[in-house]
Write a new protein. Structure first.
Lengths: 174, 131
């Protein structure tokens, strides 16, 4: 991104975007459920990024790109009058770019995290513990708990998100 | 307690080939777990894996990705070429202007030179003709 902001050469954006083609294709496919529509949408997203990125100072490209792709797909669905079911706890801001690494190193944070883990609902706690502490795969967790694969994914994602919120709240209070 | 810090740590970038193998179900347990950790760490990766799983043929994914990447390369190269041509056109204009100015200078010099010579010749003639 720094190279692009220095010389304005679109080839830098091209190189960067290529790393995310597969992720974009998958994301578009998830929302649009049609291979050709997904492919066309990725091309439109590329075009949108190339023409609009100069207007913004993008720090976290991956998160920004995900937001652009998701909004584009939602617009497509809206144009077709398709309403997407609201996903549980799906926030516009992805958790991935929040830099938690620095505070994680602190012993105090780990203690807070252990406490917060106990405050998650039972299903989320079970999946989070099996996944992160016992390092079980989604399939193994599904077999062990009887939850569907989709439920397992959802409990882990949402459990992690809720855990982050709990830890942040506790950190502010202390 | 050391495992707890895995929960909110960020993961590295995902390898495309590994992701495709994950979709085909040909990864080892450890590799599959590593991919799933990336999915849990990123909504983008999670949505993508979910969507890629909906493709009828997993092999067609690579073909589509290659096609998209080729188009992308063309898209990002074209404006640069156009820019370069525009820049060269600009340079041509400057060069032509400089040449015209130089030619005008040389023409002006030649005219002045001829005029001066004629003037000298006329002066000599008039001196010679003088009684």
């Amino acid at each position: 991104m720094n190279h692009y902001y220095t010389d304005g050469n679109n080839e830098w954006i091209g190189i960067l975007l290529q790393r995310y083609t597969l992720l974009l294709l998958g994301t578009c496919m998830k929302y649009l459920k049609n291979e050709q529509d997904a492919k066309d949408s990725v091309q439109q997203i590329f075009l949108k990024v190339i023409t609009e990125i100069s207007k913004y100072k993008v720090e976290y490209f991956k998160s920004w790109l995900y937001m652009v792709a998701r909004n584009y797909c939602l617009m497509q669905l809206r144009d077709k009058n398709i309403n997407l079911p609201v996903e549980e706890d799906k926030h516009a801001q992805p958790i991935e770019e929040t830099d938690f690494d620095a505070i994680l190193s602190k012993e105090r944070t780990l203690t807070i995290m252990e406490d917060s883990l106990q405050e998650l609902n039972e299903d989320q706690k079970k999946c989070v513990v099996l996944f992160y502490i016992h390092k079980r795969t989604y399939h193994e967790i599904a077999n062990q708990t009887g939850f569907s694969l989709l439920k397992v994914k959802s409990y882990i994602q949402n459990g992690k998100r809720n855990l982050k919120i709990l830890v942040e709240r506790k950190m502010k209070n202390t | 307690m050391a495992d707890i810090d895995n929960i909110l740590n960020k993961e590295g970038e995902l390898n495309e080939a590994i992701l495709l193998k994950y979709l085909e179900g040909t990864l080892s347990r450890e590799e599959a777990y590593a991919v799933e950790k990336q999915m849990a760490a990123s909504d983008f990766v999670n949505d993508a894996v979910e969507g890629l799983g909906n493709f009828k043929s997993k092999k067609s994914i690579s073909v589509i990705v290659d096609e998209l990447n080729n188009n992308l390369q063309q898209q990002t190269r074209k404006p640069k070429n156009r820019r370069e041509k525009r820049r060269l056109k600009g340079l041509d204009g400057i060069l032509i202007s400089v040449i015209i100015v130089l030619m005008l200078c040389m023409l002006g010099y030649a005219v002045l030179h001829v005029y001066e010579q004629n003037r000298k010749r006329t002066e000599i003639k008039s001196k010679n003709l003088a009684p």
